[in-house]
Design a protein around this ligand. Structure first.
Ligand code: NAP
Length: 303
């Protein structure tokens, strides 16, 4: 720490935040990384990363652990406390339930959380058949029927992963064409136990103690019941920016408006990773953001 304040506080220990910490430490800046849950962010749910340069095959958890160890090894301090608020001033103050921390610059790398379907007993059944992470929970459904809802790459990859485990995988999408990669769709079409359910949404969860079946409703309003023990919800993510909305501009979907330089409307506050407005949200773009945001924060501190 410099006096009582850090040079940089990074909020979020996902790939973007931890990369920012690495870059800041390599520039000899003091760094505190605040993380609400555990390090790694969304990438820890990916079983096999195939599209990150050099790391042709590495699990998301192993990747995150290596980045965490690298950042810690370089001297970044980690505290597992949720950042509730940032107060602007000569120094920025980040408030957590336990304490207040000050820094010359703050990088918000909070990523995003799972979007829910909004069904009545969705929360109650989470962990009892409803899941937001196929790679975390898929193994509980070996030989059983499951459904995946969503039409993006997450839903497609979840369905492919589950096809190796479950007896049958219904892939339910609200339209008749997928947002995710066509190549993955083609791979799914090769699987005998994958059934495509188009133009339909999940409208009910039927359970006693655990999920037993789901009600789906198609565009014509017809309702069908599918007997499934697992429902994997993969309908996108919501950026975690609301707590800081007074200091950063958000777009209509809640992403922090910032260009490639990761600057926000508040001097000394930067955003990096999936919670920033951008065209491509990938591991490689998140880590790139971390580097850019750190460089910008270092320039800001030194200027
Ligand atoms: P996404 O691309 O935003 O897709 C969300 C899907 O959920 C869309 O198909 C959307 O339908 C549907 N949806 C949204 N709200 C819904 C609701 N209330 N009910 C039913 N369906 C709903 O999200 P994602 O799949 O999580 O992917 C997020 C980002 O990560 C994307 O950029 C994706 O390419 C990337 N990603 C990449 C990889 C990879 O490269 N290996 C893997 C996973 C994710 P509509 O299509 O009709 O809007």
């Amino acid at each position: 720490m410099t006096g009582n304040a850090y040079d940089i506080i990074v909020i979020g220990a996902g790939p973007a935040g931890m990369t920012a910490a690495i870059y800041a430490r390599r520039a000899s800046k003091t760094v505190l990384v605040l993380e609400a849950l555990s390090y790694g962010g969304q990438i820890i749910n990916t079983p096999d990363i195939e599209n990150y340069p050099v790391a042709a095959h590495i699990s998301g958890f192993d990747f995150a652990t290596k980045v965490y160890e690298q950042a810690k090894g370089l001297g970044a301090e980690f505290k597992f406390e949720k950042a509730l608020q940032i107060r602007d001033g000569e120094l920025k103050t980040v408030v957590t339930p336990k304490a207040e921390y000050s820094a010359k610059a703050v990088i918000i790398a909070t990523g995003s959380q799972n979007r829910k379907l909004g069904l009545e007993n969705e929360q109650k059944l989470t962990g009892r058949g409803v899941s937001y992470c196929a790679t975390c929970d898929g193994a509980f459904f070996r030989g059983k029927p499951v459904a995946v809802v969503g039409g993006g790459n997450t839903a497609l990859e979840d369905a492919l992963y589950l096809a190796d485990i479950a007896s049958i995988v219904y892939l339910i999408h609200r339209r008749d064409s997928f947002r995710g990669d066509n190549g993955t769709v083609e791979r799914l079409k090769q699987r005998e136990n994958v059934r495509f359910v188009y133009d339909s949404v999940v409208t009910g969860l039927n359970a006693d103690n655990r999920l037993e079946s789901i009600e789906i409703t198609n565009k014509s309003g017809e309702k069908t019941t599918l007997d499934v023990n697992g429902l994997f919800v993969a309908v996108g993510r919501i950026p975690e920016n609301q707590s800081f909305a007074d200091l950063i501009n958000l777009d209509g979907a809640g992403y922090a408006k910032a260009g490639e330089n990761c600057r926000t409307k508040t001097a000394g506050i930067f955003v990096a990773g999936d919670n920033r407005t951008k065209e491509v949200r990938q591991l490689v773009t998140a880590t790139a953001d971390g580097a850019v945001a750190a460089a910008e924060a270092i320039n800001y501190i030194n200027s």
